[in-house]
Ligand binder design. Structure first.
Ligand SMILES: NC(=O)c1ccc[n+]([C@@H]2O[C@H](COP(=O)([O-])OP(=O)(O)OC[C@H]3O[C@@H](n4cnc5c(N)ncnc54)[C@H](OP(=O)(O)O)[C@@H]3O)[C@@H](O)[C@H]2O)c1
Length: 238
């Protein structure tokens, strides 16, 4: 695993919450954070284990209410949910392959889902100190960086996610001036999501990607809230 010295910008005994904790990258976040001696608690929620479904607002609201009811406040919330293939439908290769229901499903999981997470979970971010929120986007959601085409629905949903997080960051800064709210590109990572599309591509080990993204988050200032950064610390163009 990449050297990860721990989250130095958060207080000792900080509390983290990973949404999508069952996923390749989500479970790597949990593993890396559990190994950080400064981390007081890592809570995780996922669809397959807890029935936490970002396409169902009642499920998102109920999960947030359960945590809120127990008085929980988090120093860091990581939204690692997302999908590239949904109901056996993979990303389109051409315009003629666009299917409205498949596109709507992409938006439900990759854009509206994290928007609902922001709606119900951002109130759980600590307000009296530095706090961090990150949602996993993808470089292919960058409009300026799009040179290959294809994958229209997934790209568009991630571009929408970037706008949702950017807009939310501006509002959250009004009540939480020390918050950093960003989207992150994890790199090409060896998980179930990417395995069918990995031929000929090097992929990062999930814990490596998670550790590098945590280092990036640790380094960001509130003035950089609303940004889109890659696992290597470089900003990604919109
Ligand atoms: N892997 C890559 O190379 C790569 C590259 C760029 C961006 N990303 C992004 O990184 C994120 C994580 O991807 P990954 O590689 O870790 O994929 P993964 O291993 O397939 O994990 C996806 C996670 O999302 C959860 N999920 C899917 N649909 C959900 C829903 N409707 N409600 C709640 N949870 C849902 C899954 O939950 P269950 O399994 O419990 O159902 C799982 O925890 C995604 O947003 C992806 O777009 C990945």
């Amino acid at each position: 695993m990449t050297d990860f010295t721990g989250m130095t910008s958060l207080g000792s005994d900080y509390r983290a919450l990973v949404l999508g904790a069952s996923g390749g990258i989500g479970s790597a976040f949990v593993e890396v954070l559990r190994a950080d001696p400064r981390c007081g608690e890592v809570a995780g929620l996922s669809r397959s284990v807890d029935g936490f479904d970002v396409t169902d607002e009642d499920s998102v609201a109920a999960a947030a209410a359960r945590l809120s009811g127990s008085g929980a406040r988090f120093d860091m919330i990581l939204c690692a949910t997302g999908a590239l293939t949904i109901d056996d439908v993979g990303p389109e290769k051409a315009i003629k392959a666009i299917r409205p229901e498949a596109m709507a499903a992409q938006f439900a999981v990759n854009a509206i889902g994290p928007a609902l997470v922001l709606k119900h979970f951002s109130p759980l971010l600590a307000s009296d100190r530095r706090s961090l929120f990150a949602a996993l986007s993808a470089r292919v959601g960058s409009i300026g960086d799009n040179r290959l085409g294809g994958w229209i629905s997934y790209r568009a949903a991630k571009a929408a996610l970037n706008q949702i997080v950017r807009t939310s960051a501006i509002e959250i800064a009004r009540t939480r001036p020390n918050a950093v709210v960003v989207t992150l590109h994890p790199g090409s990572v060896d998980t179930g999501l990417s395995s069918a599309f990995a031929k000929g591509h090097d992929r990062l080990v999930p814990t490596d990607s998670a550790a590098r993204m945590l280092s990036v988050l640790d380094s960001l200032e509130p003035a950089q809230s609303g940004g889109f950064h890659a696992y290597d610390g470089q900003p990604v163009e919109w």
